[in-house]
Design a protein around this ligand. Structure first.
Ligand SMILES: Cc1cc2nc3c(=O)[nH]c(=O)nc-3n(C[C@H](O)[C@H](O)[C@H](O)COP(=O)(O)OP(=O)(O)OC[C@H]3O[C@@H](n4cnc5c(N)ncnc54)[C@H](O)[C@@H]3O)c2cc1C
Length: 512
């Protein structure tokens, strides 16, 4: 395969989820010849906006970080003049449980003051815990978000790492420990409101409870609400579409409705067979789950033990059950988009309809619902292992039971919205499998449960020569921003291999 043959792409990216979009934009920015192929007619995957019955719904992800200037999406919006409007939310989310109503606002200090003013709150310990959390989060994010900090490292980057050694040392006692151990160190293990807040936050970020979460990851993602977090006007699909546009403007080829059917090794590169014809590339970047990538690989690649290992970790994770609603906005409802986190029983695991993330569109989200109405996306976590072996009928019954519990929770904790519902649809892991092609409908990536093994995959590594993965199973994974960052990290490694390593991208400072 000749590198200068114009029929050969430097990289074919399979899947226009945010992992694939991140990789494609970052490679195209470096001047690589890129093709991005997607099986659906629209981009975004689990973070897309779909049309149904005259409405537009967020399919899965609803609240996004990294949108501020100086952060990944904020920089892309500015650098590529993307037609994307960000609405900054306040509050970002409202936690509703039987005995707690806590608003998480844009002002971190005001939120901490609210937490410290709750009855029985140990205020100095809360202050100390969050100051410590911020230090750890800053250290980790400065590594994750800076493409220059990835291997292969230049001499100046190595020097920057060396200068940071005292800060990295603070991480050592945390490795392999759960977040609750840090809470205990600050004497906060018995303060129920903080524990409820953190359990909910951990479930939606690192995909497990605070008692299970690997502490450094959990402390880093505890910044989630304050790291350029907001709402993409009209739906996240607008950002995904705009990023596709950026790939095209930078000279990349985009093929929608072009499902990849097979990947075959040829002459030092790869052939990617798509519904719209074959493509040839030196590198293939798969925005797919391990099992789905394995099923596309020609037997000529041989056995790929790493895919089997990653697949086993995915199986310990989650699928999602969903409600999509259209409701009349209640009297006095704020015109802005709104997010509720509902915990029906804080004593039970935050899964199976006991925990709901409820996202309500804003009045300015044109085209999502008729005037005076809003669309609402409601999700809950379901363990993959609970429905994997069930028959189709048994699965349908199981998911319907979870949806009934979700409706009960909504009626109890968000009656102002359920009173005005005019249209309702449901979705299950089978829906995710059908639309995004994800085996068994697995979503959310690999839970970051405590253990040193979590760090083994921290730096991008090819699965096979010239064959890479991006997406939520690839570090840092777990959110729209994290998958896009993972995509840019893989792009940096691929660009280095292509001799395009000297990126024109300045390292970003990361404001909170
Ligand atoms: C219910 C739910 C709520 C969430 N809430 C949030 C949130 O509020 N904020 C947040 O940041 N994150 C949230 N997330 C997580 C976030 O959505 C994911 O981490 C992220 O979108 C995953 O992106 P990805 O690139 O890994 O994969 P995907 O989004 O699955 O993208 C993969 C793409 O590949 C395409 N594809 C699959 N097979 C093929 C093939 N053979 N050929 C071509 N194309 C193919 C698919 O159609 C898809 O577009 C949520 C996720 C879910 C499920």
């Amino acid at each position: 395969m000749r590198a200068d043959d114009p029929a050969i792409f430097d990289a074919v990216v399979i899947g226009a989820g945010f992992g694939g979009l991140g990789a494609a934009v970052a490679l195209a920015e470096r001047g690589a010849r890129v093709a991005l192929v997607e099986s659906l007619t629209y981009p975004g995957g689990c973070a897309s906006t779909f049309r149904r019955g005259g409405y537009r719904f967020e399919s899965g992800a609803t609240l996004f970080s990294g949108l501020a200037p100086g952060q990944l999406f904020g920089d892309w919006i500015a650098r590529h003049h993307l037609d994307v409007t960000v609405d900054w939310l306040d509050p970002l989310v409202e936690l509703r449980t039987p005995d707690l109503h806590l608003e998480v606002g844009r002002d971190r200090d005001a939120f901490l003051a609210r937490l410290a003013a709750l009855p029985g709150a140990p205020a100095p310990q809360i202050k100390g815990f969050f100051a410590y959390q911020r230090r750890i989060a800053d250290t980790l994010w400065s590594v994750f978000e800076d493409p220059a900090m990835l291997p292969p490292l230049s001499a100046s980057t190595l020097l920057r790492h060396v200068a940071r050694i005292p800060r990295y040392a603070a991480l050592l006692p945390l490795l392999g420990r759960p977040l609750t151990a840090v809470l205990a160190r600050f004497g906060l293990e018995g303060f129920a409101p903080l524990r409820q807040y953190l359990d909910g936050l951990c479930q939606i970020t690192v995909q497990c409870s605070a008692a299970e979460a690997e502490a450094p990851f959990a402390l880093a993602t505890m910044d989630y609400y304050w790291r350029g977090t907001g709402h993409v006007r009209g739906g996240i699909g607008n950002l995904a579409e705009a990023l596709l546009g950026a790939v095209r403007t930078l000279g990349g080829e985009v093929r929608l409705a072009s499902r990849v059917k097979a990947i075959t090794p040829i002459g030092g590169g790869h052939q990617v067979d798509t519904r719209t014809g074959p493509l040839h590339a030196r590198h293939v970047i798969a925005n797919l789950l391990p099992a789905d990538l394995q099923s596309l690989l020609d037997p000529g690649y041989g056995r790929v033990p790493r895919l089997a290992g990653l697949g086993a970790q995915v199986a310990t994770g989650w699928s999602a059950v969903m409600l999509y609603l259209v409701a009349r906005a209640p009297e006095g409802a704020s015109p802005g988009p709104h997010h509720l986190e509902i915990v029906q029983d804080p004593g039970q695991p935050l899964t199976l309809g006991n925990h709901l993330f409820v996202s309500i569109s804003g009045a300015a989200d044109e085209g999502r619902a008729p005037a005076g109405h809003r669309t609402i996306t409601v999700s809950t976590h379901v363990p993959l292992e609970a429905h994997r072996g069930l028959s189709k009928d048994a699965q349908a019954e199981y998911f319907a039971g979870i949806q009934a519990k979700m409706r009960e929770g909504l009626a109890r904790f968000a009656p102002e919205w359920t009173a005005g519902v005019v249209h309702a649809m449901t979705a299950s892991p089978r829906t995710f499998q059908r639309f995004t092609g994800r085996a068994a409908g697995a979503v959310g990536g690999i839970p970051r449960r405590r253990g040193l093994g979590q760090y083994l995959t921290a730096f991008p590594r090819a699965i096979l020569p010239g064959l890479w993965m991006v997406g939520d199973t690839v570090f840092p994974g777990q959110s729209t921003l994290a998958t896009a960052i993972g995509g840019t990290r893989v792009a940096a490694a691929v660009a280095a291999d292509l001799g395009l390593g000297a990126a024109a991208l300045a390292p970003r400072r990361v404001p909170i």
